[in-house]
Each structure stands twice: as C-alpha cells, then as structure tokens.
Design a protein. Structure first.
Length: 143
C-alpha cells in the first residue's frame, strides 16, 4: 500500500530516483565486498589455491568438461540478447532524448552488469581462505 501511494504521489520520477539510489548502494556494496574479499584472501593465494584445487579447469571453461565451447557460445548469445532485448535495458535506451544520452545510459548500465559477476569472485576467495571440504559441503557443483 505504501509503495502504491509513493508511486501515485511521486510518479515515475520517484521510481527513477529510488532505482538510482538502489543502484548506487548495490554497486558500492558489491565493489567494497569484492575489494575486501580479494584483500583478505590475497590475489596470489587465490591463484595458487584455484590451480591446486581445480587445475586448468579452474581457469579455462574449455578445459572443464562441464562447460566447454558450447558454454562459451551460449554465454555470448545470452549476454548479447540481454544487452539488446531485455525489457529494462530496451526501456532505458528508448526513453532517452537523443543517441548521446542513450550511449551514456548504456555505458553506466554496463557497470551494473559487471557487478553481477562479483559473487563468483567471492566464492573463489572463499575457496582460497576455507578448506575445500567446507566449500564442498556448501557448493558440491564446483568439484
């Protein structure tokens, strides 16, 4: 009920402002947690632990039998479609006043898409700091 009243009184401007504030908070927190994870685990320790635990398949999707070339092609098609056909991305592009503004919006939106992959980094940092048996209990799909 409160959300409906907020939207009716404030209109689309209130939604845009709220979305922007959420974006800034989410992006800032994601970046700070990522920096903390890498700092705490240590970049060299992360690389060493991934190499010791997973070997080549920890660095190359082609070397990993669960992924391979099919996975790479699927990811390329998926992200191409997300950036061009996803409703919220298309809405941002089509609601701008000119092509220059559209380019700026897309550039800033790219940061949001980049932060979506940060939890993978957090998992790798956890692998570097915790015992593999602990990680195996939480996420057996890695091994």
């Amino acid at each position: 009920m409160l959300e409906m009243l907020y939207t009716v009184v404030g209109g689309m401007v209130s939604i845009v402002i709220t979305d922007f504030i959420q974006y800034v908070l989410l992006s800032t927190a994601t970046i700070l947690v990522s920096i903390f994870a890498v700092y705490h685990a240590g970049w060299h320790n992360i690389l060493t632990k991934v190499a010791a635990t997973m070997g080549d398949r920890g660095f190359s999707p082609i070397a990993n039998p669960k992924f391979g070339l099919t996975f790479i092609i699927w990811q390329i098609l998926l992200w191409f479609s997300v950036h061009t056909c996803w409703q919220t991305t298309a809405m941002r592009m089509f609601s701008t006043k000119d092509p220059q503004t559209s380019k700026r919006v897309m550039t800033w939106t790219a940061y949001l898409f980049g932060t979506r992959h940060a939890p993978m980094l957090w998992g790798i940092a956890a692998l570097a700091t915790l015992a593999p048996e602990t990680i195996m209990m939480v996420c057996p799909c890695l091994f």
